[in-house]
Design a protein around this ligand. Structure first.
Ligand SMILES: O=C(CO)[C@H](O)[C@H](O)COP(=O)(O)O
Length: 242
């Protein structure tokens, strides 16, 4: 498998009043990426941060800022986030559900919308990813991964997006397994309820990018949790390539 483990603490669980020092702490403890949850209070029932906070944080770190856009209109966020210094831009496939439902005849325009979004993310120097909620079938992301100009990561949500500290949904691992079989070199991220008791099932299904909020920030020794998450992914990868 040509994918490397990426451990991404979810900064949603950090002390937002000390975001820069919390970020440095996580990176010093072994994190690869910082996962930034951007919520608009509309796509999900919670409101968090946006481009101004990413811009402020960028002044304090060169780290990969893995931005997860839980917003209704991701296209509107491309330019502001690129200017702010985001690294990854992962949007939700469901953000155009209403288009495909109400305007079936515009299906091909819907596809073109995604092409435009992915193209715009890349032309602004960010890495595009697509996320899907627990209730969304995995087939919905295939066109975006198989496109001529594809997304480079799929984020499989293992909780309903909106809040940290929820219970991991093991039934989402079928999606990860199917994706890993179909796309051996794709970055597959899992997000929600990941920690020492759930990582093995996610890693053995084929996830290589691991978002973990409460299990890392709530641990007495966060470095041990980060290291355990990484070891589990590495071990599973050895098995998957045999
Ligand atoms: O996207 C998210 C919520 O929508 C968070 O990143 C996610 O829930 C991580 O938090 P935890 O590890 O505590 O579940």
């Amino acid at each position: 498998m040509g994918v490397t483990p990426k451990i991404a603490p979810s900064m949603l669980s950090s002390d937002f009043a000390n975001l820069a020092s919390e970020s440095h702490r996580m990176l010093n403890l072994g994190a690869d990426w910082l996962h930034m949850d951007i919520m608009d209070g509309h796509f999900v029932p919670n409101l968090t941060i946006g481009a101004p906070v990413i811009e402020s944080l960028r002044k304090h770190t060169k780290a990969y800022l893995d931005c997860h856009l839980m917003v209704t209109n991701p296209l509107d966020y491309v330019e502001p986030l690129a200017k702010a210094g985001a690294s990854g831009f992962t949007f939700h496939v469901e953000t155009s559900k209403s288009w495909s439902f109400y305007f079936l005849l515009l299906w091909f325009f819907w596809i073109d919308d995604w092409k435009e979004l992915i193209q715009k993310i890349k032309s602004h120097g960010m890495r595009p990813g697509v996320a899907l909620k627990p209730g969304t079938p995995i087939e919905e992301v295939y066109p975006l991964v198989e496109a001529d100009n594809p997304v480079e990561m799929v984020l499989v949500m293992t909780v309903e997006p909106g809040f940290g500290g929820q219970k991991f949904m093991p039934e989402m691992m079928d999606k990860v397994r199917i994706l890993r079989m179909k796309f051996p070199s794709l970055d597959i991220e899992v997000d929600g309820g990941l920690g020492p008791s759930t990582i093995d099932v996610a890693a053995s299904a084929g996830a290589n990018c691991i978002v973990a909020g409460s299990s890392v920030f709530g641990a007495p020794e966060p470095a041990q949790v980060i290291s355990l998450l990484r070891n589990s992914v590495e071990k599973a990868q050895q098995t998957l390539i045999q």
